[in-house]
Design a protein around this ligand. Sequence first.
Ligand SMILES: Nc1nc2c(ncn2[C@@H]2O[C@H](COP(=O)(O)OP(=O)(O)O)[C@@H](O)[C@H]2O)c(=O)[nH]1
Ligand SMILES: [Mg+2]
Length: 313
Amino acid sequence: MGLFDKFRQGLAKTKELLQTDVRDLFKAGEILSDDHLEQFHARLISTDMGVVAANTITEQLREKHLGRTVVIDELWQTVKDTLKELLKGDEDTQWDPADPLSPLNLSSDGTTVILVAGVNGVGKTTSIAKLANFLQKQGKSVLLAAGDTFRAAAVEQLTMWSGRLGCRIITKPSGTDPAAVAHAGCSAAVEEGIDCVIIDTAGRLQTQQNLMNELSKIERVIQKVIPDGPHEVLLVLDATTGQNGISQAQKFSDAVKCTGIVLAKLDGTAKGGVVVAIRREMGLPVKYVGVGEQIDDLQIFDADGFVDALVEI
Ligand SMILES: Nc1nc2c(ncn2[C@@H]2O[C@H](COP(=O)(O)OP(=O)(O)O)[C@@H](O)[C@H]2O)c(=O)[nH]1
Ligand SMILES: [Mg+2]
């Protein structure tokens, strides 16, 4: 399956929400009215793209098409152009859609450390396995550090993935300080000359202070072993929670300096518009999206590809 097909698959539900019966709303040959625009605005809102984005798109439609005869393809073109504009990133998000590692800041000499954070159940462990798969396919050796020591099942789950991937894993008994696992993982990776260590975390939303303490302790012990690490701190968000996930994510991004978002479970939701809200409200690039539970259901985020798949005309 090509990159575009994966986006198309992942966005099927959101696209359906946006486009179902749209020809009843925008009847060819009618004159576009404020009433039409209000109804379309509600649809935009229901994809969880956020009020600012929905207003911007509606405003563009008003400016270009209000009082004119409806030509549906032209309306969609305006929606597309505006969405692309809204998602336009900085220079640092212009990565190569053909290279799955291009969003990552990899260490130029020695082991790269990727720390993965986020609320329990959002898709961290699965995304780690998918990312490890990308890295291995590009010829990088990977070690996984099972830093979610809070639940025994979490360690088992990561161990299962390491078995399937055939990569090293460092585990410690339940209840061990996650920082100790991070330390052991980084030390083993350096000793063994492994290219990349990916550290799983528990993502308990305890108090903000505990969260900060836990994550900053992990960062400190990483730096004891690998002074310029972590090279990436990826925050995983669950797309099915839509905009509600953003406020939770904000707590993590206050606790640790995140470098990018992995938006998991895009395939399970009609709230795919949340990508736009994240880009605008978190000030962090969406680097990858998860489009299923299998190992190769991870996709580098390409704004243009995303919009083209969402609004196919
Ligand atoms: N449909 C779908 N399910 C996913 C995706 N990513 C993770 N999941 C599922 O979500 C559940 C929680 O994932 P997990 O990685 O254990 O979350 P964690 O608690 O944050 O580590 C599991 O059942 C995963 O299979 C995705 O991109 N799409
Ligand atoms: Mg987990």
